[in-house]
Design a protein around this ligand. Structure first.
Ligand code: NAP
Ligand code: GLV
Ligand code: GLV
Length: 322
């Protein structure tokens, strides 16, 4: 059986795969275009994809032998899951193994933007550091402030857990309210989105990208936000209207933003590149050596199960229902 991998993943995963199957890996440093995936993976039984590969009807219709699309990511908005399901093709993702790593990154961004770490680093490198000064690079305190978590799933909760150490008040908004036991353990209060926007000093987004969450944070939501608050986004770019984010930063409505994801990745709205109160990262939420290896093993485990005719352990929720 044939497995097509759209981009190199850590060797540890590929090694396992090669023991069992004929494996074709795109060795180029660039993402494949849709037509290239269709051409190169034409007779593949399994497809291992990155979050930037668009796997739509056209791709699915052209890969006649396909049994599984195994995404090397937890988010799977790049795949037309409904259509895959209709065609009897399995779709899997890589949950859990990247939760803590991504939560760490969200916190790294939060602290960086609040304490102006990127500006400070640049300042030192440019030889501007002339000694301690009472009012040099003043930021905002994080300790004791209010954190608003939008999307209280695995990563959102892991971010909230870290806030306990910062003695923060945690508000959360999610599709479904969590158990009282969990709320107590994380010292988190369920509120409406409006209440969260109004009351939080730091807002961090952890929903998936779906029809419902597209532009969840738009002009109206920025207007409701507390003056001088900060926005951190490590979910998916299109959850935030990036134009409105620029407007909110320009007007001073919000004081800063820290972004790991962008609306038109890998493009970044040019104004953001000019702003010192914005911290930017190139979608590195799960980027630790350990986690990327675990994701590679997980993706392979799913492919092996599917090609052995078994139920893969990490079917996406839409497929688990059936
Ligand atoms: P998860 O456990 O499924 O959590 C997502 C949460 O969002 C769930 O609690 C979910 O609903 C809630 N939600 C869904 N739709 C909503 C809506 N319309 N309004 C409000 N809340 C909604 O997923 P996860 O593992 O934490 O990952 C979350 C997302 O992070 C992924 O989908 C991915 O896009 C992104 N991600 C990014 C990186 C990165 O590198 N930056 C790394 C990993 C993941 P309930 O309230 O019903 O539970
Ligand atoms: C990364 O963004 C992921 O969804 O795993
Ligand atoms: C700062 O370095 C201080 O000692 O207050």
């Amino acid at each position: 059986m044939k497995v097509f991998v759209t981009y190199r993943i850590p060797e540890i995963g590929l090694r396992e795969l090669k023991k069992r199957f004929e494996v074709f890996v795109n060795e180029k440093d660039e993402l494949l275009k849709k037509e290239e995936i269709i051409e190169l993976a034409r007779d593949a039984d399994a497809l291992i994809t990155l979050l930037a590969d668009t796997i739509d009807r056209e791709v699915i219709d052209n890969l006649k032998n396909l049994k599984i699309i195994a995404n090397y990511a937890v988010g799977y908005n790049n795949i037309d899951v409904d259509y895959a399901k209709q065609k009897g093709i399995l779709v899997t993702n890589t949950p859990d193994v990247l939760t803590e790593t991504t939560a760490d990154l969200a916190w790294a961004l939060l602290l960086s933007v609040a304490r102006r770490i990127v500006e400070a680093d640049k300042f030192v490198r440019e030889g501007k550091f002339k000694g301690w000064r009472p009012e040099l690079l003043l930021g905002d305190d994080v300790f004791g402030k209010t954190l608003g978590v939008i999307g209280f799933g695995r990563i959102g909760q892991a971010v909230a857990k870290r806030a306990l150490g910062f003695n923060m008040k945690v508000l959360y908004y999610s599709r479904t309210r969590k158990s009282e036991e969990l709320e107590r353990r994380l010292n988190a209060t369920y509120v409406s989105l409006e209440e969260l926007l109004k009351s939080s000093d730091f807002i961090t987004i952890h929903t998936p990208l779906t029809k419902e969450t597209y532009h969840l944070i738009d002009r109206k939501e920025f207007e409701i936000m507390k003056d001088g608050s900060y926005l951190i986004n490590t979910s998916r770019g299109p959850v935030v209207n990036e134009k409105e984010l620029v407007n909110a930063l320009k007007s001073g409505k919000i004081k800063g933003a820290a972004l790991d994801v962008f609306e038109n990745e890998p493009e970044v709205t040019s104004e953001l590149l000019q702003m010192d109160n914005v911290v930017l990262a190139p979608h590195i939420g799960s980027a630790s050596v350990e986690t990327r290896e675990k994701m590679a093993l997980m993706v392979v485990e799913n492919v092996i199960a599917a090609l052995d005719g078994l139920r893969p352990p990490n079917l996406v929720p839409e497929l688990k229902l059936s």
